[in-house]
Design a protein around this ligand. Structure first.
Ligand SMILES: Cc1cc2nc3c(=O)[nH]c(=O)nc-3n(C[C@H](O)[C@H](O)[C@H](O)COP(=O)(O)O)c2cc1C
Length: 283
């Protein structure tokens, strides 16, 4: 498609990149991207975040390991770890004897998490406009204590998203998105009918099916049983067999994002938040 508007073109052509060349990112280019990205809107005008730039090969390798072995993390020339950071603000308020309780409210934490999404995407779009490519790596948040140790991250600072930046090595394939009519509700929320739901899913994922193998069926049964019990597991396996393959959600939720040994559980997150200065879960 041809776009007269450069911003629309960039937004339409943005694609996640998982294959980077070994070329470093020129420092001037990097600085220009970051300066533009940091112009993002920010709740209360506070900017409660920090970004750690990582180029050291050994550290990137460790981050790749801590993101379910996604090896392109190590190959990208730059990793950016976006962290919620109330520490800088808290310290300043302490220096100026200012009343401050943003670390005691879930609402403030929630806002800062939203900010991570906004500023990181701003950086990615700025990068895109300068010919760089990026990919978000969400899986790092499954190993927060290890990441904090690795990067000397103190209390009141929480890693929230990793972004890999670099030059693309090969042509990238664009993922289809849901049509805007599916996402946008007019005035009030309206559920799709079951038929509409199935049709939009089919259109979005192109009826893509992942192959059935004995090993996958076994894993799928185990994961289904863990989530919903044995009766459901039998039913879900039968359903997949009858369909002749795993659809995108069956594969994603039932196989791909499998429970990972050592990854944080809900209670680990609870303890982690408390230990790092965010006690609002208990209040
Ligand atoms: C919150 C979030 C977490 C993501 N985590 C990962 C990840 O861990 N690994 C990865 O390869 N891609 C990750 N992605 C990228 C998505 O897989 C990608 O955006 C999606 O497949 C759509 O493709 P596109 O970005 O090319 O349009 C993440 C994206 C977002 C927004």
């Amino acid at each position: 498609m041809n776009y007269d508007n450069e911003t629309l073109r960039i937004l339409h052509e943005r694609v996640s990149c998982r294959n980077f060349t070994e070329d470093k990112i020129d420092l001037e280019l990097f600085d220009a991207v970051m300066e533009a990205g940091l112009q993002a809107p920010t709740g209360g005008d506070f900017q409660p975040y920090s970004i750690i730039k990582i180029e050291n090969q050994a550290t990137k390798k460790e981050l790749a390991k801590l993101s379910r072995d996604q090896n392109y993390v190590a190959k990208a020339p730059v990793n950016l770890l976006f962290c919620i950071d109330w520490r800088r603000i808290k310290r300043m308020t302490e220096l100026e004897v200012t009343p401050f309780n943003a670390t005691d409210n879930m609402m403030d934490f929630w806002m800062s998490l939203v900010e991570i999404g906004i500023v990181s995407q701003n950086v990615c779009i700025a990068a895109e406009s300068m010919g760089l490519k990026s990919v978000f790596i969400g899986n790092v948040v499954e190993f927060l204590p290890e990441i904090k140790d690795l990067l000397d991250i103190p209390e009141y600072v929480v890693p929230a998203m990793l972004v890999c930046l670099g030059h693309p090595k090969s042509k990238l394939v664009k993922h289809k998105k849901y049509k805007k009519e599916i996402i946008i509700h007019n005035e009030k929320y309206k559920d799709q009918t079951e038929n509409e739901l199935k049709a939009s899913f089919k259109e979005r994922y192109n009826n893509k099916q992942m192959k059935i193998t004995d090993k996958r069926l076994e894993e799928y049964w185990k994961n289904s049983k863990r989530m919903h019990g044995e009766k459901f597991a039998d039913k879900s396996v039968e359903y997949v067999k009858k369909s002749g393959g795993f659809d995108f959600y069956q594969y994603s939720f039932g196989l791909f994002y499998d429970e990972l040994e050592g990854a944080m559980t809900n209670s680990d997150y609870f303890e982690f938040m408390k230990k790092n200065g965010f006690a609002w879960l208990e209040k």
